[in-house]
Design a protein around this ligand. Structure first.
Ligand code: AMP
Length: 411
């Protein structure tokens, strides 16, 4: 199936060609015809599945040429995602005269005001800064025809849902709405009920199996030896580039300081950093100036950072799907990669949840030559281990690495 079958506009098809996309991804195959037909769509697809193009292509095709009013609004949870989605829109719309503006906090108003004043057909925004602009009267949403609520569950996690509601209220009722979310907790269900009209659900993309090219193992360790083990691991293993994931901003800063002290070139990515610092961190990591990037999930979510040789979970992810996201940063495009997870006793339940989610047991290993205080950690963990472990998750059918079926998980 090629892109020519969807009724996309010729200019948008040119954009697809220029991007080098040959075949649509599963989310594109299923969501694009619905959006082209004017249906509201709920997509459970995650980042990395091609979901941005799945909504951008049909929206751009229906948008036509530049007009004085804003007709597309895409809400994103983080500045990085907003910037990334803006770039995707610009790339795909490059053979049209449609204007795209991005609006997010942490930077000055000047450039954004200019972009809005110039007349933006498409605004990609984080909720807080968009509300500021609406308050100042620097943009209007009364002509919006297409509204996209992207990464809705992250917007919920970050406390943006009240802002999202206020923004949706400023859009005309007669509009098309798409919502993307890896999970549909009750709050999102309420939002769906309130903001969407007879939506069609497209459940794709919740990849539940790590790529075969990723070798992933767990290093059990006591809490007070965790940082020593990290340093020892990085000293012993042959690695080129690593993302180290931490639970909180504070922990990310601490781990980055530790690695710096051990002569590693490190950048940090979390939401307390200024926009400039975050851009420098990303850029420096992509170009190899930094060998390690220490990040929190929220900051790293959805970012197109791939091809790292190692992913290290300094902290076990709290949500099982984040495990797949995190380790998916390595082992891409035929290359092999390693993912290490440091596990302390308190992490046991989270680790079991991950193992149930991916339907496989993750191997426990010990680092040769490391002076472990407690070896009991390596004994078979029995207490609390779920019955029938690892247990097949109900209704899981895997097809071509994508998950089809009743994938919506509540947490
Ligand atoms: P996304 O899930 O939207 O963040 O997209 C992930 C990556 O896949 C981006 O780098 C896109 O440019 C790329 N991509 C999207 N659709 C396709 C496609 N049909 N073929 C190849 N790459 C794609």
């Amino acid at each position: 199936m090629s892109f020519t079958k969807f009724g996309l506009s010729p200019a948008v098809l040119e954009g697809v060609k220029a991007m080098g996309y040959i075949e649509p991804t599963p989310i594109q195959l299923r969501a694009m015809p619905l959006i082209m037909a004017g249906r509201d769509v709920i997509g459970s697809a995650q980042t990395g599945t091609g979901k941005t193009a799945a909504f951008a292509l049909p929206i751009l095709s229906q948008l036509g040429a530049h007009a004085p009013a804003t007709r597309v609004l895409v809400l994103e949870p983080t500045r990085e995602l907003a910037a990334q989605v803006e770039t995707a829109f610009r790339d795909l719309a490059r053979f049209t005269n449609v204007r795209v503006a991005v609006v997010y906090g942490g930077v000055g108003y000047g450039k954004q005001m200019d972009a809005l004043k110039g007349g933006a057909d498409v605004i990609v925004a984080t909720p807080g800064r968009l509300l500021d602009h609406l308050g100042r009267g620097t943009c209007q949403l009364n002509q919006v025809k297409f509204l996209v609520l992207d990464e809705a569950d992250r917007m919920l996690d970050m406390g943006f849902l009240p802002d999202v509601r206020r923004i949706v209220e400023r859009c005309p009722r007669d509009r098309h709405t798409s919502l993307f979310s890896a999970t549909i907790p009750p709050e999102i269900e309420t939002l769906i009920h309130w903001a969407m009209r007879q939506p069609q659900t497209v459940e794709i993309g919740a990849r539940r199996t790590p790529a075969e090219t990723v070798k992933h193992v767990i290093y059990p360790v006591s809490d007070d030896q965790k940082s020593d083990l990290l340093v020892a691991l990085l000293g012993q293993v042959n690695w080129e580039s690593a993302i180290v994931f931490c639970r909180t901003k504070h922990r990310a800063d601490r781990v980055a300081a530790l690695l710096k002290k051990n002569n590693h070139a490190v950048a940090v990515l979390h939401s307390n950093r200024t926009q400039r610092e975050r851009e420098q961190a990303l850029q420096g990591f992509r170009t190899g100036r930094f060998e390690a990037l220490v990040a929190t999930d929220i900051a790293a979510r959805g970012l197109d950072i791939a091809d790292v040789s190692h992913v290290i979970n300094y902290d076990v992810p709290q949500h099982p799907e984040d495990y797949i996201h995190r380790i998916g940063r390595t082992g891409r495009a035929e290359a092999s990669g390693d993912a290490f997870t440091l596990m302390v006793a308190e992490d046991a339940q989270h680790v079991y949840a991950i193992e149930r989610f991916i339907s496989q047991k993750i191997q426990r290993v010990r680092l040769e030559g490391f002076n472990y205080k407690y070896t009991a950690l390596f004994e078979q963990e029995k207490p609390g281990q779920p019955k029938g472990f690892p247990g097949k998750a109900r209704g899981v059918r895997l097809h071509g690495g994508y998950y089809f079926g009743p994938s919506r998980r509540r947490r």
